[in-house]
Write a protein that binds this ligand. Structure first.
Ligand code: HAM
Length: 430
């Protein structure tokens, strides 16, 4: 029976507890260091933006804008939205922060929560986390390839397994309109087999029928013409160059002509990182080029390209990040009230010396205290009982070897001396 006194989290929102957040830290720290080598600096953006930002950038007929945004009128009637993704916010910051004038080529990296009101299931949450990068001001194939090499190196560094890269080109303002018409004709010829939503999509934005989840529609679009066959010469050259550079660097990928992204701002290069064992929610990350986005948000004609990884899903395919955290080096155990002061003293001196130390409350049996130290996965227990107080020296037990060193640690020694002694004992010395 549920306790009427507790309040649960909102559906689709979850807590990231220390064991999990420690694993995430590994993924985030590696991102900072690998992306740093490629010249990326971190931006920290607000999670709340004007609704207009997303309405103007993600595409009015996308699932996200149509039904998944957490939008509301603020108390002053400003329409605001919890960000469903960060690319639009990065571009806003790039324009608003004046980066565009200082140096139009910017390399920005971010991490943080995103919000989409999707149906929650394994690997899909309403608040989830992304690690992402954006390059503004470059339209050359080199930078697309460079990003994918960086992604490959990052995944290798953190030990991600069983993922594959899928690549496509979505054309540009020259060739996409032509393709859009071909697709509309195709859809119109198969109207009876398409869902009502797709009828609407055919009118407004035919490309979205490629993304429909309804089984009947999926069967129809399996035979639809693909963008890759309609690329203009410039898009074809760009795509071929990206591929040539990836091949040169030995980056494995598959061309998937049916790959479409769930956001409308993409053009040319589009890609997804697919996790083999992840089931329905198998996209670990995705990205691509968005050359019209900066202008659509009121800025100059500046191209962009980037990607974002879903941290929850990335953690699922990265066994290295599963490593159990090491416990503290030592746990200090005062047997009764008289040991409390000396215990706090030792713990504080050791922590001042950057030794991770646990501290248990007094008043339990030695057995119970040792069990507590074991649960914390500590290497050593520092025991302070009557005998130790009299001798002025704590007894240290090696919890792995079940060996006691009676009176090994002077209670009043200065921090550095304590730390040296504890480190030596933890190594198995005296
Ligand atoms: P996206 O494909 O919408 O792209 O999201 C990127 C990744 O975020 C997905 O591949 C997935 O791993 C994760 N993700 C998305 N929705 C959820 C969810 N409900 N629960 C858990 N994880 C989720 C973007 O957001 C673009 N802004 C990426 C980008 C950056 N393109 C260019 N630059």
């Amino acid at each position: 029976m549920s306790n009427p006194g507790t309040v649960s989290a909102v559906k689709g929102f979850r807590d990231v507890l220390p064991d999990e957040s420690r694993r995430w830290r590994v993924l985030e720290d590696a991102a900072e260091s690998v992306f740093g080598r490629y010249g990326f600096g971190e931006v920290r953006l607000p999670v709340l933006e004007r609704t207009e930002l997303f309405a103007r950038s993600l595409g009015e007929t996308t699932d996200i804008v149509e039904k998944e945004m957490y939008s509301f009128a603020d108390r002053d009637e400003t329409l605001v939205t919890l960000r469903p993704e960060a690319t639009a916010g990065v571009v806003r910051a790039y324009l608003e922060g004046g980066l565009v004038q200082a140096d139009p080529t910017a390399r920005l990296f971010y991490r943080g929560p995103m919000f989409r009101r999707e149906r929650p299931q394994r690997g899909r949450y309403r608040q989830f986390y992304q690690i992402g990068v954006e390059v503004l001001g470059r339209d050359d194939a080199l930078v697309d390839a460079e990003l994918l090499v960086m992604l490959d190196r990052y995944l290798t560094e953190v030990g991600t397994r069983d993922v594959r890269l899928e690549l496509n080109s979505l054309g540009d303002a020259t060739c996409r309109p032509v393709y859009r018409e071909r697709l509309r004709e195709f859809g119109t010829a198969h109207l009876a087999a398409l869902c009502p939503d797709c009828h609407r999509r055919l009118e407004k934005n035919p490309l979205r029928i490629l993304d429909c989840k309804v089984e009947g529609c999926r069967r129809v679009v399996a035979d639809a013409p693909v963008m890759l066959d309609s690329l203009c010469a410039a898009c074809r050259t760009h795509f071929d160059e990206v591929r040539r550079l990836l091949d040169q660097e030995g980056i494995a990928y598959g061309v998937n002509p049916r790959l479409v992204r769930g956001l409308d701002y993409y053009c040319r290069t589009a890609f997804e990182l697919i996790g083999a064992g992840l089931g329905a929610q198998n996209a670990v990350g995705g990205g691509g080029r968005y050359d019209g986005l900066v202008a659509a948000l009121g800025g100059p004609d500046v191209p962009g390209v980037g990607f974002a990884l879903g941290v929850e899903r990335l953690a699922m395919v990265t066994p290295g990040a599963e490593a159990v955290a090491a416990g503290p080096m030592a746990v200090v155990l005062p047997l009764d009230a008289r040991g409390v002061g000396p215990a706090l003293r030792i713990a504080t001196r050791l922590r001042d010396q950057h030794v991770a130390v646990g501290l248990e409350p007094a008043g339990r049996s030695l057995k119970a205290l040792l069990r507590a130290a074991d649960r914390r996965r500590a290497r050593l227990a520092v025991i302070i009982g009557d005998d130790e107080l009299q001798a002025g020296r704590a007894t240290v037990r090696d919890l792995a070897r079940h060996e006691d060193r009676r009176h090994a640690l002077p209670l009043d020694a200065p921090g550095p001396e304590l730390a040296t002694a504890v480190r030596a004992l933890a190594e198995g010395g005296s």
